[in-house]
Design a protein around this ligand. Sequence first.
Ligand code: COA
Length: 170
Amino acid sequence: MDANPAVTYRPLRGGENWLLLEASLGNFNWKVPWFSREQVLARPDLARYTLLEPDRGDFGIVVEQDTEPIGVAWALYLPASAPGYGWVDESTPEFCIWVDEPYRGLGIGRALTQRLLAEARDRAVRRVSLSVDRANLRAKLLYMDLGFAPIPGGELYGVLLWQDPAVRGA
Ligand SMILES: CC(C)(COP(=O)(O)OP(=O)(O)OC[C@H]1O[C@@H](n2cnc3c(N)ncnc32)[C@H](O)[C@@H]1OP(=O)(O)O)[C@@H](O)C(=O)NCCC(=O)NCCS
């Protein structure tokens, strides 16, 4: 699971919303610079991805090199009144991931996703959803390789759903 022994993984802490803002900017601008920091913060549909609320059950994993975060995966229980683009229901957290550009393609995104799904299983979270741009093949292939699958009705926002293999089909 540890693709790169020089990096370390730790839980994401409440109060690290600055990191989620950096990560969300990287995600919304995955192809071209569409949004500024200010625009993300001004748009509730985007800003909600930058707020971790551990009391709600939100959780995440940070990957660091020399104590500097170089990537993060996180899962948010967004409410029906303020859903995300990958929202399925209130008991299914929505997953996001970002790896800083110089560190991409080294297996870190895969390891982060695997760790987040392992954490989900430890928490008895049986389903995790996400939204991925249909053109973001790199991300989409990674998710599908790790068990995420498209769901009917989720085509517009590229919604994929992971279900714990231990209970899938039960
Ligand atoms: C998507 C992202 C999180 C993946 O993280 P990563 O550390 O680069 O991913 P990995 O190195 O673990 O590679 C995962 C898969 O990506 C693909 N991949 C890796 N390098 C690639 C490259 N240079 N070109 C195309 N695909 C590549 C491979 O399919 C790889 O699978 P493999 O393990 O079978 O080789 C990262 O690229 C990223 O942050 N991208 C920008 C933001 C983004 O798109 N976020 C997702 C929003 S939904």
